[in-house]
Design a protein around this ligand. Structure first.
Ligand SMILES: *Cc1c(COP(=O)(O)O)cnc(C)c1O
Length: 839
């Protein structure tokens, strides 16, 4: 090609710029206007910001849809695709991310400017689909981002909840839950596919019969049938043509179904059934609340799993596949046990519907599924009361009994006479009441089982999954979680991203581990440090502005921003952080000359609506804030903020503004954490326990750049074995005693001595999460953090080194591990099944 670029039209028969979906500022501007008039039905003169937002969103979506067609085609042509089954997806606002990934930010900024609009204001106008509680759903979203970017044919399957996670308001220091209205103004990102719909049976009974060939068969006669309708959202990869497909199911009543066949002419009964049908995808269940007994929740799980598997079979058929090769076509990941019923459902579809014999069907099933465990908390392991399970899924219970019978037969051969082990491994818990154990079902029906951080996987093998590990050691592996460097750096921290790109080039966005390490050599560069400081300072000022808007609290952006944002839970120990605040407050009052930096302690997070103690922790934090924030003695030195409604959008503002990241869960309780990664990636230092992925983060960034404290997981276990007596800590530690006595005196509750008694009582009598045991070492680490912050140059150095060494925590790395060790799926790039991005 003798060094000259060929004219564009030679390379691409169709020139992008000529299309409606062109990427020039002018083409974008024209499309915005067109969408405003013809989709949003508004003229510019009276258009509101929401109208403009919608018009812009449709404009970006048009460009996604162009890639969409290709993605669908490659899905059908690819030899193997990843299906990620998850009851939760927490993608965050789409607009900014899509503009970034499509590489059209500059042109869009220009286009909106020509229309007299502010692009950034339109981007921040967008709310978010809160279709998840926290970590688990957020992980699923980061994984889709990485799968799309790595050009893997991917479908994420889940539920289109009409009401996602509640919005949190704070009134008089208490959490108030407000219904999430994410669909109120329509959702420009989804495409409804009424033609992609499946029937999902529920309830009823089973009967046996002999088919025409004289074979024994079982037929499920359901009590009712609901219809699941596909709602599709394209998830763009970064600077590639590929998009992943997020397919969420909405439940509806099925008009066409003959209710009379099983309703015996009971018209009103049938109408009631219809109402019940639509309820299934109505609302997301909050976690940290007891679930057993919630029939709707089980129906939800089965509903989305059944639709998804039926959809996979249909797509497989379209590509000419037969059910017997299902496992070669799909790698299906179960994100926790919520979709574990898929094991029994695929067996039902293969055996009852496709008439494949049991042994072969079981082989297909096991080859298809793999299971990610997300928790070690015994109370969070899903199990369903047998009568309830039978009522909702009578056929599946039979199938599970049969899986269990065959499974236990094998176990008996491996461990003759070990009835205790048999009892523990059984898919059915036989206590006073009987339960179906979903983790056991997932483990038996999967060829791979993974934990989400090295420590978590080790503990999994030693504790909750020990018997399975001994039985199937080859199935277990670890895949440490990761976060998308697109959303959690490039999008949310443009200033720091710019510095990194200037320093090491732009490869770090997709190939973090190797590229971003180049930043290390800048850690001692004075000018670079200064630029780094300025960026962090700017991020802190931006957060300070929002804090003042949202809470009225004015904070000093020069102070140390000490941040803990995550779900509120006793094991995450927000109240340990609160105890430190009280100690700092008392010390500052007593010793005004204390040589510590000014500190702003910021909290954020939702408590499950039924988790009273977590809600009391929110009140506790706000009550401390009420006292501290108006005390002139500590005016410029200590502030406490509870930032309401922590979600992805607020997270994008908060993580980049942190100096200190609080990752202080009781060791052995947090499976991985991903908040810890987002903070560190954005240049915060971590104060943390050796829990979850903290362990690996500390190894990666170097122990000298990480503030560790507290008991290890083993020490916690040992302490409990020996008999932990928390009141001894109280009696032995004078400062701790003073703090707790102050709380009990009603000092933070306007004289009310009873308000926080449930919290204090738990700490003194049981202290399940070992706050008092860890208190002295936590305080020591906090002192160390304060001292370190006073030496700004050193602090900046540690901050830069944190970022430079966090490349391994990209979700791209996690996904590559799943691909190599579990899914065995090739990238579209590698398989060469498609040209390189030609339209
Ligand atoms: C990252 C994230 C989480 C998980 O935070 P952890 O600190 O790992 O518990 C929860 N919620 C949102 C909105 C997040 O972005």
């Amino acid at each position: 090609m003798n060094g000259r670029h060929p004219p564009k039209s030679d390379e691409n028969p169709i020139v992008r710029e000529d299309l409606r979906t062109g990427l020039t500022a002018e083409a974008i501007k024209n499309d915005i206007l067109e969408n405003l008039v013809y989709v949003q039905a508004r003229i510019p003169k009276i258009a509101t910001r929401n109208d403009w937002y919608m018009a812009l969103a449709y404009t970006v979506r048009d460009r996604l849809l162009e890639r969409w067609g290709m993605a669908i085609e490659s899905l059908q042509q690819s030899s193997r695709a990843v299906c990620y089954l998850s009851a939760e997806f927490l993608p965050g606002p789409h607009l900014g991310n899509a503009i970034l990934n499509l590489g059209m930010y500059e042109q869009t900024k220009e286009a909106t400017a020509r229309l007299g609009l502010d692009l950034d204001a339109l981007i921040s106008h967008e709310g978010e689909p809160g279709l998840g509680n926290g970590e688990l759903g957020r992980l699923a979203a980061c994984f889709l981002d990485s799968l799309a970017t790595l050009e893997i044919p991917t479908i994420g399957y889940g539920i289109r909840y009409e009401f996602g996670i509640f919005d949190q308001e704070i009134h008089d220091g208490w959490q108030r839950e407000v219904t999430d209205k994410w669909l109120a103004f329509g959702n420009p990102w989804e495409i409804v596919r009424p033609e992609i719909a499946y029937y999902v049976p529920l309830g009823g009974y089973t009967e046996t019969y002999y088919d025409r060939l004289g074979r024994f068969r079982v037929r499920w006669v359901p009590e009712r049938v609901v219809k699941g309708i596909a709602h599709d959202t394209p998830i763009p990869g970064y600077h590639v043509e590929n998009v992943a497909l997020l397919r969420l199911w909405k439940s509806e009543a099925c008009e066409s179904f003959d209710f009379q066949a099983f309703n015996e002419g009971d018209y009103y009964g049938a109408v009631e059934d219809k109402v019940a049908s639509e309820t299934i995808s109505k609302v997301l269940y909050p976690n940290d609340e007891p679930i057993p007994g919630k029939e709707l929740r089980l129906s939800q799980q089965f509903f989305f799993v059944s639709c998804s598997l039926q959809d996979m079979i249909r797509v497989h058929r379209l590509g000419g596949g037969v059910p017997a090769t299902f496992d070669r076509r799909y790698a299906v990941q179960l994100n926790d046990t919520h979709p574990a019923i898929a094991v029994a459902e695929l067996m039902r579809l293969l055996v009852d519907k496709q008439r494949i014999d049991w042994e072969r069907a079981w082989e297909i099933t096991r080859n298809t599924f793999s299971y990610t465990n997300h928790t070690l908390l015994p109370e969070a392991l899903e199990k369903w009361p047998l009568p309830l399970f039978r009522k909702v899924l009578p056929r599946h219970l039979e199938i599970i009994f049969e899986i269990n019978r065959r499974f236990l037969e094998d176990v008996r051969l491996t461990y003759p006479g070990d009835s205790e082990r048999l009892r523990r491994l059984s898919l059915i818990e036989e206590a006073d009441d009987r339960y179906v154990r979903m983790a056991n079902l997932a483990a038996v029906g999967s060829h791979a089982i993974n934990g989400v951080a090295a420590l978590h996987t080790d503990l999994l093998k030693e504790t909750v999954m020990r018997d399975f590990y001994e039985l199937y050691p080859e199935r277990f592996l670890n895949v440490t979680n990761g976060v998308s460097p697109r959303r959690w750096m490039l999008l949310c921290n443009p200033g720091m991203s710019g510095l990194i790109t200037d320093a090491v080039g732009e490869n770090w966005v997709c190939n973090s581990q190797d590229s971003i390490a180049g930043l290390e050599s800048f850690a001692d560069d004075g000018a670079f440090r200064e630029a780094w400081r300025k960026v962090k300072q700017g991020n802190k000022m931006e957060l300070a502005r929002h804090i003042s808007e949202r809470t009225g609290i004015v904070v000093n952006p020069e102070s140390l921003f000490d941040i803990q944002v995550k779900r509120i839970h006793e094991y995450k120990r927000q109240h340990l952080n609160a105890l430190h605040i009280i100690s700092l407050y008392i010390r500052l009052k007593r010793t005004p000359s204390l040589d510590v930096p000014p500190r702003t302690v910021i909290f954020g997070g939702k408590a499950a609506p039924g988790y009273a103690r977590a809600k009391l922790i929110i009140k506790f934090i706000n009550s401390i804030a009420d006292v501290v924030n108006i005390d002139p003695d500590v005016a410029d030195r200590l502030k406490v903020v509870f930032f309401p409604d922590f979600n992805v959008k607020n997270g994008q503002l908060i993580y980049p503004a942190a100096d200190l990241s609080e990752q202080i869960s009781t060791a052995g309780k947090e499976a991985s954490g991903t908040g810890n990664m987002k903070f560190s990636l954005n240049g915060a230092l971590t104060i943390g326990t050796l829990d979850g992925a903290n362990v690996e983060i500390r190894e990666a960034v170097g122990p000298e750049n990480f503030l560790v404290f507290g008991l290890t997981a083993r020490e916690v276990t040992d302490l409990k074995m020996r008999g932990y007596r928390p009141w001894e800590s109280y009696e032995q530690n004078e400062e701790l005693r003073e703090i707790i006595d102050l709380v009990r005196s009603g000092f933070f509750s306007r004289g009310d001595r009873d308000l926080f008694e449930p919290l204090v009582n738990e700490l003194l009598s049981r202290d399940e999460y070992c706050l008092l045991a860890d208190y002295p070492s936590y305080l020591e680490a906090q002192e160390k953090a304060g001292k370190a912050y006073l030496v700004q140059g050193q602090w900046l150095r540690m901050s830069i080194l944190n970022v430079a060494r966090m490349g391994g925590f990209s979700s791209d790395r996690s996904i590559r591990e799943y691909l190599d060790h579990i899914w065995k799926v090739d990238s579209l790039k590698a398989s060469g099944s498609r040209g390189n991005g030609r339209p």
